[in-house]
Design a protein around this ligand. Structure first.
Ligand code: BDR
Ligand code: CA
Length: 313
């Protein structure tokens, strides 16, 4: 039976690829709904982009809910310089025809978790943790009902990609991250330490470009655009394919290795705001709260991506 998942996301280029990977894997993953959050782009765009991606995948039947339009306490700082209007301008995807859902995304998360067998629903967090934190504050009982929360965020060894200390998703809403990490829910964290091993090198991009279907070419074009934005900014070795790692983890956890540790988030210091403080060596008495991944078999992950994307239209 496929695993039931809710994807909370801020598409965003790598979010879009993650959504396509999930939608291409119906035998393993049943997407109960997609909830959007403000992050890479403002909510109105992430919500619209999520619907565009569903239509690109031929899955206009998926329900897309708008979640929170801004972080809990801080003003929204997007990554529009990287993610821009890639799905519209670069891919030429039209305005989506499928309607947005009227219900708030936070309420959707709560209702699904309360209505399902405890432990049977997995949350995938691909953006700032605002929606998930709001759901936990509004309905603390859901923490014990979450099967697993697999989240893209944080860093210990690769440190920050938005400040010298912080990863983007955590930095956008560090207070939400602190609530989620303190909730007691079972959490698997995929940090930059993993995603910086999953680089879109020329041979990996060529393999995606060689896919004969529309979605394969679309992902290759998206990653080219991601590459251009990141290279302009960092002069980098290749673009890290962040969010698809969360879906790849669900599809094939044995590609990843990590350690159960305590992770806390800095919410006060202006210098290190949003830093994930990972007790890798167990030097504190803080109780482990996260399965923290540090290694991945990147070639096999790209092969999985190509194998699945080709199943889409
Ligand atoms: C994360 O930040 C976003 O820009 C990406 O979509 C990813 O979720 C990586 O730091
Ligand atoms: Ca994201």
């Amino acid at each position: 039976m496929p695993r039931k998942i809710i994807i909370d996301t801020d598409p965003g280029i790598d979010d879009a690829v993650a959504l396509l990977l999930a939608l291409a894997s119906p035998e393993e993953l049943e997407v109960l709904g997609i909830v959007t959050v403000a992050g890479n782009l403002p909510l109105a765009l992430t919500e619209r982009n999520a619907r565009r991606v569903c239509e690109l995948a031929g899955r206009a039947d998926i329900a897309v809910y708008a979640g929170c339009a801004r972080p809990l306490l801080r003003p929204l700082a997007t990554a529009a310089a990287i993610h821009g209007d890639t799905l519209g301008e670069r891919l030429g995807l039209p305005e989506p025809a499928m309607p947005p859902q009227a219900r708030h995304g936070v309420d959707f998360i709560i209702e699904v978790l309360r209505g399902a067998e405890p432990g049977s629903v997995t949350l995938c967090a691909l953006g700032p943790l605002t929606d998930i934190a709001m759901a936990l504050v509004k309905a603390p009982d859901i923490a014990a009902r979450i099967g697993e929360l697999v989240m893209l965020g944080g860093a210990a060894f690769e440190i920050g990609n938005v400040t010298p200390a912080a990863e983007f998703n955590i930095h956008v809403d560090p207070h939400a991250a602190a609530i989620v990490l303190g909730s007691g829910a079972p959490i698997t964290m995929i940090p930059l330490d993993v995603t910086h091993q999953v680089l879109s090198t020329p041979p990996r991009l060529a393999a995606l470009r060689a896919l004969s279907n529309h979605n394969g070419s679309a992902v290759a074009a998206l990653l080219d655009s991601f590459e251009a934005a990141r290279t302009n900014r960092f002069g980098a070795r290749g673009t890290a394919l962040h969010d698809p790692c969360v879906i790849a983890y669900l599809l094939c956890p044995k590609l990843f290795r990590g350690r159960k540790v305590n992770v806390a988030v800095e919410t006060a210091s202006p210098l290190t705001l949003g830093m994930t403080v990972v007790d890798w060596w167990g030097v504190t008495d803080r109780v482990p709260n996260v399965d923290y991944m540090t290694e991945v078999e990147a070639d096999r992950l790209y092969a999985l991506l190509a194998d699945r994307l080709v199943l889409l239209p």
